[in-house]
Ligand binder design. Structure first.
Ligand SMILES: CC(C)(COP(=O)(O)OP(=O)(O)OC[C@H]1O[C@@H](n2cnc3c(N)ncnc32)[C@H](O)[C@@H]1OP(=O)(O)O)[C@@H](O)C(=O)NCCC(=O)NCCS
Length: 155
């Protein structure tokens, strides 16, 4: 498996993998924001350099991806996504390991993301590589109150 930076012109691939991965939450109330983004938005953010993306591939076939941004708060990543057919093979862990390298290269000592605390297998995934659930909050979207947690790891 290889992990590499996605080029802005690969935004369509990032969009498609993310959509396939998050479709399992389509019946959640409310569905995750990942299912409402458009390909044009992904293209725009990557092209503008506001967001960056890593792509995991095997034999030239894309298996997963994650997006991130760098700011004063550290490295914030989001939309960690692995195709259903490629799960439980360490793709997400490999993407998380590369994010740590990116963080170090940019002298960021904190990596963090939002989780839905009730999705315990995702919390377990991050905890297994050294993240802690620090802080719970709520997000209000389209009139829905959504509990969210912050998973963070200090390098
Ligand atoms: C969450 C997700 C990215 C995990 O991808 P993955 O490549 O299968 O994860 P890995 O193979 O690296 O698994 C790492 C660990 O996560 C946990 N895990 C992953 N899938 C799990 C499952 N279905 N049930 C329980 N634990 C699971 C395990 O601890 C696993 O380690 P193990 O295989 O040694 O037991 C993937 O399931 C996905 O795309 N889900 C939909 C989108 C999503 O929820 N993204 C995260 C938003 S916070």
């Amino acid at each position: 498996m290889t992990i590499r930076d996605a080029r802005p012109d690969e935004a369509g691939r990032i969009y498609a993998i993310t959509r396939s991965a998050f479709l399992e939450y389509a019946s959640d109330v409310p569905p995750p924001s990942a299912l409402f983004e458009t390909e044009a938005e992904v293209v725009k953010e990557l092209a503008a350099g506001n967001h960056h993306a890593l792509l995991a591939e095997r034999d030239g076939k894309a298996l997963g991806c994650v997006r991130y941004e760098l700011d004063r708060r550290g490295l914030h990543f989001f939309r960690l996504a692995v195709l259903p057919s490629a799960r439980r093979q360490g793709v997400a862990k490999a993407l998380l390991a590369r994010l740590e390298e990116v963080g170090r290269a940019h002298e960021k000592s904190r990596l963090w993301c939002h989780v839905r605390p009730k999705v315990s297998r995702n919390v377990a995934l991050y905890e297994s590589v050294g993240y802690a659930l620090n802080g719970e909050d709520v997000m209000v979207r389209n009139g829905f109150v959504i509990p969210v947690g912050v998973m963070e790891k200090w390098l």
